[in-house]
Write a protein that binds this ligand. Sequence first.
Ligand SMILES: Cc1ncc(COP(=O)(O)O)c(C=O)c1O
Length: 351
Amino acid sequence: MTDGAQRTHMIDLRSDTVTKPDEAMREASRDADVGDDVYGEDPTVNELEAEAADLVGMEDALYVPTGTMGNQVAVRTHTDRGQEVLVERESHVYKWELGGLAQLSSLQVRTLDGGERGIPTPKQVRDGYVEEDGHRPGTGLLTLENSHNSKGGVAIDPTKIDAAAEAARDLGLPVHLDGARVFNAAVAHDVPPDRMTENVDSVMFCLSKGLGAPVGSMLAGSEAFVARARRNRKLFGGGMRQAGIIAAPGLLALQNVERLAEDHDNARVLAERLAGVDGLDVQDPETNIVLVNTESAGLTADEFLDACEEAGVLGTQFDTHVARFCTHWDVDSDDVEAAAERVGEALDWSN
Ligand SMILES: Cc1ncc(COP(=O)(O)O)c(C=O)c1O
């Protein structure tokens, strides 16, 4: 048995989705007041939807099982079949959702290169727009993402979101924000969450990422939008019954927004320590995601992550030479110090 295999405590930095619900969440689940949510009769879901809408400054919100469903329902609700949708080329909704834009909404995608921070400029939005005519399908939607996962959890400045959204609005295009981690972006900019969503038409955010809920995401927008989205959620198989059981921990999760600052501090410590390991190029984190380039170490990200796992640390492969580590509420500052130490050892073994 190797040293790595003997370790009892694996430090799991694959994602902020690996957290386990605490006692308070489990109790809330057990004690939740429930009803049939397809009939709109689950008081816990109704409360969660109202609180979630409030938090992001929208009229209404819809509880969905996953972030992917929230994004795909939003896109379906905003668009007509055959239209084009403008997406950032590294965005989750385009890259990591099994081509749902085509499969579920019959859309054609036009990608925009949002550069290092993953945010298209107003000019790119205008240039990407296609007017409907006898030959062209027309553009139906612009999607944005904040924080931007593939770019390393960068927290896009709300004024940049405003600028892209205003360009879209001038063209009559609605804007959907994939805000799976929008609270991380808000905390990083020290602004209230509703500042990040001020100029978009809809936002999806996840309760099951940094906020610690075991399951669930929210899709928020105007009352009319959410009413139509509710029908599309049913169409996509997401109409749930006594969903208060899983929504109750979500209500507690909404109280964890400020706590995300701890994850950001831990990510900074992790990045600083990893930057001291020979052969690793580490991107300065803005939120809870740390990207590590392994090329100078002569390792692919997969080889690097195998060595890390041996040493007792889990991460995710993001690109041939890029690995991602993610901090979350089940790891503390001691864990990230220990993780960096183990990664240093791991590189020693593999050299
Ligand atoms: C930016 C972003 N959007 C959407 C999702 C999808 O969320 P889910 O895994 O709940 O479907 C994720 C998940 O990692 C994400 O990072």
